[in-house]
Design a protein around this ligand. Structure first.
Ligand SMILES: Nc1ncnc2c1ncn2[C@@H]1O[C@H](COP(=O)(O)OP(=O)(O)OP(=O)(O)O)[C@@H](O)[C@H]1O
Ligand SMILES: [Mg+2]
Length: 291
């Protein structure tokens, strides 16, 4: 099995994110390498999930193509061989892509279709999700009447993303763009949720990132509808009120909740069986969704 934790290439490094290493190509393009690093609660763990980077890349590419009719995206048709040495291209096959260098918009476009995670916690204490009032007596994991757009700010290194109102997104990117991002995000979610459901998967929630291209056109970037950016549940086992069987890193989060850990680095060591189960989830969702 090929595992990649950190990339070193002949190209200049632009940025090392929690999961992705980004290299400069030229004014128009850059190389995104998705490593096998695991992050949870915005903390990067020492233990990788073998092949996770390839799975995330394949799933994101699948969705980029499937949603092309809704929104343009950052993919290019430039091959790795055109920008890397043969050895590098071979080493990174399946996990690196050449993308358009965009001007990132500092908004995380979150769409929630179901009541779970931080949304559920907020509902229990205030009957709202991100300030949006919900009906009483909703259950854990219950489907929302309609999907909600609940944007958050893009946090700096070491910080957590914070929920923001639609008004605040207007202040960040301007009113027209804020509306376009909201409408586009709901459209992509709706389309993807329907498609995933036909494969037996519920997309409970997800996060999109957008940038502007050289013509100031809104462009979908980063990763899209992967198990790192979304909650995927098994439709067959789904029951409101019960913790859903999930195909993402929920198993890791659930384990971390049992620890007395403040969710700040250093990350605790994860047991082998939890790592193995998480790896299995990533493989499963790929084969269910993309085949
Ligand atoms: N086409 C693109 N143009 C410009 N930036 C992009 C593009 N696609 C993705 N990005 C940015 O590259 C980074 C991807 O790295 P990664 O997913 O590891 O980051 P992260 O941990 O989520 O966030 P951060 O980079 O803040 O640590 C993100 O900051 C993302 O916004
Ligand atoms: Mg990211």
């Amino acid at each position: 099995m090929r595992t990649l934790i950190k990339t070193k290439l002949s190209l200049p490094l632009l940025h090392r994110g929690k999961v992705r290493d980004i290299f400069d190509i030229d004014d128009a393009n850059m190389l995104i390498v998705t490593t096998d690093r695991l992050s949870a609660y915005d903390v990067v763990f020492d233990q990788p999930i073998p092949e996770k980077g390839m799975i995330l890349t394949s799933i994101a590419n699948y969705w980029f193509q499937k949603t092309e009719h809704i929104v343009q995206n950052h993919l290019t048709d430039i091959n790795l061989e055109e920008v890397l040495s043969n050895d590098e291209a071979e080493m990174l096959a399946g996990r690196a892509i050449v993308v358009k260098k965009l001007r990132p918009l500092a908004i995380e476009a979150v769409v929630r279709g179901y009541l779970i995670g931080s949304g559920w916690k907020e509902y229990l204490s205030s009957s709202m999700v991100c300030g949006i009032p919900l009906p009483p007596n909703m259950k854990l994991a219950q489907q929302l009447l309609k999907p909600l757009y609940t944007p958050s700010s893009k946090a700096g290194v070491g910080e957590h993303d914070a929920n923001i109102s639609f008004k605040e997104t207007e202040a960040i990117v301007g009113s027209a763009l804020a509306t376009q991002i909201k409408e586009m995000s709901l459209k992509i979610y709706q389309f993807a949720a329907e498609h995933a459901l036909s494969c037996g998967i519920i997309v409970a929630d997800t996060k999109f990132e957008f940038g502007l291209d050289e013509d100031n056109q809104l462009t979908l970037m980063d990763e899209v509808l992967t198990p790192d950016s979304s909650r995927f549940w098994s439709a067959a086992n789904y029951q409101p009120g019960k913790n859903p069987k999930s195909y993402d890193k929920q198993i890791i989060r659930d384990y971390l909740e049992t620890l007395d850990w403040n969710k700040k680095p250093p990350a605790p060591r994860l047991p082998d069986n939890i790592m193995a189960k998480a790896a299995e989830k990533y493989h499963q969702v790929y084969s269910i969704l993309c085949n």
